[in-house]
Design a protein around this ligand. Structure first.
Ligand SMILES: Nc1ncnc2c1ncn2[C@@H]1O[C@H](COP(=O)(O)OP(=O)(O)OP(=O)(O)O)[C@@H](O)[C@H]1O
Ligand SMILES: [Mg+2]
Length: 642
């Protein structure tokens, strides 16, 4: 008996034996105190137990005396188990306790004592709470996220079906339990095939559309302890919203790209347009002066008229140059996806500077004194108009940094030289300079300090892109004496770089008149083209609609060549092509389709399918006409020009 008492004393199990009915303790072991944090109170009655030993329920209320394990045994005479006891110890800590109470009877069978054995279950309760919480969070997620967790047994009976994703199918969690999945998806054989593959032991992932929903599903076989497949489990994610967001984001990207493109096109076109318009004004003035001089013919006036005409000729050259730059820009845009590497040739940095000065020299002189130090440079591998674009942007920026009306105090320096295997172009000004903190930023797109509407902030961005595309660098630093100094370095062209094409030769006039028909719904183009062709001795006529043009071609008029716009209102160039193919295919070779950018997918396809029959606007009308007419004609077609 002593051994037993010793053993009980060593157990990590609390033992409390109390006499019936008072509930005063007759025996406790050391673990009693270890668990409760207080020793047994010899005089304490059962009514005092909750207070004496700090016994509470899980809600934090003092434990009801009548529900205490001791009281239950007294009331029923039977053993009792209670596991919702929480001991609030004097040191403030809490212990969860499970208690097993047993009746102890005298030899006569009377209930004389109750033994209560109890253990600390704090860890177990905490684990249970954590598990409940995790399960609650899991079920919250499943019930709110657009997913479905489901499983079936080996015959396809749904054994689990839970999740907010079920809403897309018009059902609630649990509603499909007991349904056979093969019946449910009878109309979707692919889904049933996937489930069959899962039941055959395969794990797979697939996307299927069910009604308005699109489910991305992961599916795996469920196995019993012996490894036998007893069903499948699946996790399906409704990706409709995801797809919508992806579509929106793709659209936003496209719009942003389009916005950047539109802004940079506007930026590049606005520069030449600025000087085109300014020269157009000057030309208009010259015409007025010519008009006046004509009214009073005299030798002096004749000389002045000649001088004016010479000026006009120069001004027209600049106009043409501006228009050509715009043409280059739009052409480059057209080949946006197919950079034209053939266009790379040896480019002279000094020539680029001179071109820029020809364009903006007058405006520059009104802003500052120009100091040139153009030392001989080795050729650069690049595109001439691109290099002009870089220098022009730098010179414009330099001019714009200088205040108006102080030209005599300001300078703009332009310097070129070769340093080793690099060509250097420097443009500097005596303006305010660029603060060190901004020197990276100004090359980013849309960084501008100019007033809204005045600058796009794309100039330097464009410069950097061009320079980098030629493996060069562009940077800014302080100009000695104050101001900004922009420095471009570009690698010298390898000796093998092909020479750039020479100047365009003047075309001889047509000797005899071939008949050229222009079909374009833009009357300006139709008039300009027919006028130009007539000027060079061709017979030319114009039509402002596809329908009228087609009629004239089909009527067998004596027409040698037709330039027909591709994108027209009403009957398009493509329609005209289709009609001729049907009604008079032998005439098709006479038709050249002009495109100002094939914007519809149909037009793009047409251009791809008929590269020989298409020219891109703007193009050299005379050269094109001559080359087309000089190619063979079918027998029986009149040839006025040869
Ligand atoms: N020579 C310069 N001196 C001082 N600041 C300059 C100079 N060149 C550029 N910057 C600064 O860099 C900014 C960006 O120049 P960038 O050419 O990219 O755009 P922008 O000139 O503002 O606009 P846009 O080129 O469309 O007219 C300018 O707004 C200006 O603040
Ligand atoms: Mg600029």
């Amino acid at each position: 008996m002593q051994d037993l008492t010793k053993l009980i004393g060593q157990l990590p199990i609390g033992v409390w034996v109390a006499s019936v009915p008072s509930g005063t303790a007759v025996f406790t072991n050391p673990a009693f105190e270890a668990i409760l944090g207080v020793g047994a109170e010899a005089s304490s009655q059962i009514e005092d137990a909750p207070r004496t030993y700090g016994i509470f329920d899980r809600s934090g209320n003092p434990y009801p005396v009548e529900s205490l394990p001791f009281s239950r045994v007294v009331a029923t005479g039977e053993a009792a188990v209670v596991d919702d006891l929480v001991i609030h110890r004097p040191d403030g800590s809490r212990v969860n306790v499970r208690a097993f109470a047993h009746p102890l009877r005298s030899e006569t069978g009377e209930l004389s004592h109750v033994s209560v054995v109890f253990i600390d279950i704090t860890r177990e309760v905490q684990a249970e709470l954590d598990r409940d919480q995790a399960a609650e969070r899991f079920s919250f997620a499943v019930e709110h996220a657009p997913i479905v967790i489901w499983s079936t047994d080996a015959t396809g009976i749904i054994t689990l079906s839970q999740g907010a994703g079920l809403g897309s199918l018009g059902v609630k969690s649990g509603e499909l339990l007991g349904t056979n999945v093969f019946d449910l998806y009878r109309g979707h054989p692919t889904i049933n095939d996937f489930i069959r593959r899962g039941l055959a032991g395969e794990s797979l992932q697939y996307i299927v559309e069910v009604g308005a929903a699109a489910f991305d599903t992961w599916l795996a076989p469920l196995r019993d302890a012996g490894g036998r497949v007893v069903g499948v489990i699946g996790l399906s994610h409704d990706i409709r919203e995801l797809r919508r967001l992806q579509a929106v984001s793709a659209q936003t990207d496209r719009t942003a790209a389009l916005g950047t493109l539109a802004a940079s096109v506007a930026h590049e076109i606005n520069n030449p347009l600025t000087y085109i318009l300014s020269y157009a004004n000057q030309i208009e003035l010259a015409f007025e002066q010519l008009d006046e001089l004509c009214t009073t013919p005299s030798a002096a006036n004749l000389a002045r008229m000649r001088a004016l005409l010479a000026h006009l000729r120069d001004d027209f050259q600049t106009l043409r140059h501006g228009a050509e730059r715009i043409a280059t820009i739009t052409r480059e845009l057209g080949t946006f996806n197919h950079p034209n590497d053939n266009a790379i040739g040896p480019v002279d940095a000094r020539a680029a500077v001179r071109s820029v000065l020809q364009l903006v020299g007058k405006e520059l002189e009104a802003r500052a004194q120009l100091r040139l130090d153009l030392r001989e440079t080795a050729p650069i591998a690049g595109h001439p108009s691109r290099l002009v674009q870089v220098v022009l942007n730098l010179v414009m920026n330099a001019m714009q940094s200088l205040p108006f009306g102080t030209a005599s105090d300001q300078v703009i320096d332009i310097h070129t030289c070769t340093q080793g295997d690099r060509v250097v172009i420097e443009v500097s000004d005596s303006g305010p300079g660029v603060p060190a903190a901004d020197r990276q930023r100004i090359f980013e797109p849309f960084t501008t300090t100019k007033a809204i509407g005045e600058g796009t902030g794309l100039g330097l961005f464009v410069c950097r892109n061009i320079v980098r595309s030629y493996a060069g660098e562009i940077s800014v630093r302080d100009r000695p004496g104050g101001g900004a100094l922009f420095r471009v370095t570009l690698p010298v062209a390898p000796a093998s770089t092909a020479a750039s094409s020479g100047p365009i030769r003047a075309l001889p006039r047509a000797d005899a008149a071939a008949h050229v028909l222009i079909i374009d719904d833009d009357s300006h183009i139709a008039r300009a083209f027919s006028g130009q062709l007539e000027h060079y001795g061709y017979r030319a006529s114009a039509c402002s609609s596809g329908t009228a043009g087609l009629r004239r071609v089909l009527e067998g008029e004596d027409i040698d060549l037709v330039f027909c716009d591709l994108m027209m209102k009403g009957l398009t160039g493509m329609d005209l092509h289709a009609r001729l193919l049907e009604q008079a295919p032998s005439l098709l070779h006479k038709i050249v389709f002009m495109t100002g950018g094939a914007c519809s997918p149909g037009a793009r396809q047409f251009v791809l399918d008929h590269p020989e029959a298409v020219v891109e606007k703007p193009f050299d009308l005379l050269a094109e006409t001559r080359s087309r007419l000089s190619r063979g004609r079918p027998v029986g077609t009149a040839s006025a020009n040869e």
